[in-house]
Design a protein around this ligand. Structure first.
Ligand code: HEM
Length: 222
């Protein structure tokens, strides 16, 4: 309870939930990369996940909880910071923080919209009925390789994913640095190093994720 009542406590909650969401994003990218090893590899990975049954649902509920807490506390902390910043300091604050830091709520909300679209596209499977075909001998399971490779042959989804990943880069490149600050790993001397490291982490995710739709739409992966 006390943790949620102080601004330091709320920052710790943001750091912990952010780190867990970040871990998911890394593991998800690794899992998705099995696409590069062909249809059998990606479908085997998807089937393995689905075979976990109730564990999948527990995982989904935990993810939903993390996401909700991260968004609510993120908005609350931003509003508190704004209220504590007199107008005359806005210019100084801008110089000290930068674009990614100041657009954290916007990039977070765009990511939320992206995740909703992504779930409708690949999990609930309602946006593109033509790409959801059953896998041979898979007892009605969808062929995930066909779903992804056919899904990214259309320009609109590719564009939406690339834009979404751009915001993921923006969000992670500041979020990671913030996390270091909250856990006390950053000071005036290490701050620039942490800043560059965070951008590098964001860039690795950006390149990893956008490579999937781009390699597919350009016909390199099929
Ligand atoms: C090129 C980028 C991406 C690809 C190709 C991709 C692929 C997929 C696929 C195929 C599924 C469905 C798995 C299945 O049900 O068999 C899925 C689910 C999901 N993806 Fe992604 N994904 C991408 C990016 C992202 C990003 C950036 C996030 C988070 C910010 C994300 C979050 C999720 C979530 C939360 C699920 C639902 C997991 C569940 O079923 O519980 N994805 N993704």
């Amino acid at each position: 309870m006390q943790l949620t009542q102080s601004s330091v406590g709320r920052k710790i909650i943001m750091a912990v939930t952010g780190a867990m969401l970040f871990a998911f994003v890394c593991v998800h990218l690794l899992g998705n990369s099995s696409l590069f090893f062909g249809s059998a590899a990606l479908n085997a990975y998807a089937q393995k996940l689905h075979s976990l049954g109730p564990v999948v649902w527990i995982f989904r509920l935990v993810m939903l909880g993390l996401f909700t807490v991260h968004i609510i506390f993120g908005i609350q902390l931003t509003l508190e910071n704004k209220a504590a910043t007199p107008d005359k300091n806005v210019q100084i604050k801008r110089l000290k923080t930068g674009f990614a830091a100041e657009t954290m709520v916007v990039s977070g909300l765009v990511l939320l919209a992206f995740v909703v679209y992504h779930l409708l596209h690949f999990t609930v499977r309602v946006t593109n009925p033509e790409i959801y075909v059953p896998i041979e001998g898979g007892h009605g399971m969808v062929d995930v390789f066909v779903m992804v490779t056919h899904g990214f042959q259309q320009i609109l989804p590719v564009l939406l994913y690339v834009i979404g990943m751009g915001f993921l880069f923006l969000h992670v490149s500041h979020g990671f640095q913030s996390l270091f600050q909250t856990v006390g790993l950053s000071n005036d001397r290490t701050l620039p190093v942490m800043g560059n490291f965070s951008k590098l982490v964001g860039l690795v995710l950006l390149v990893g994720y956008v490579s999937i739709p781009l390699l597919i739409i350009f016909g390199i992966v099929r």
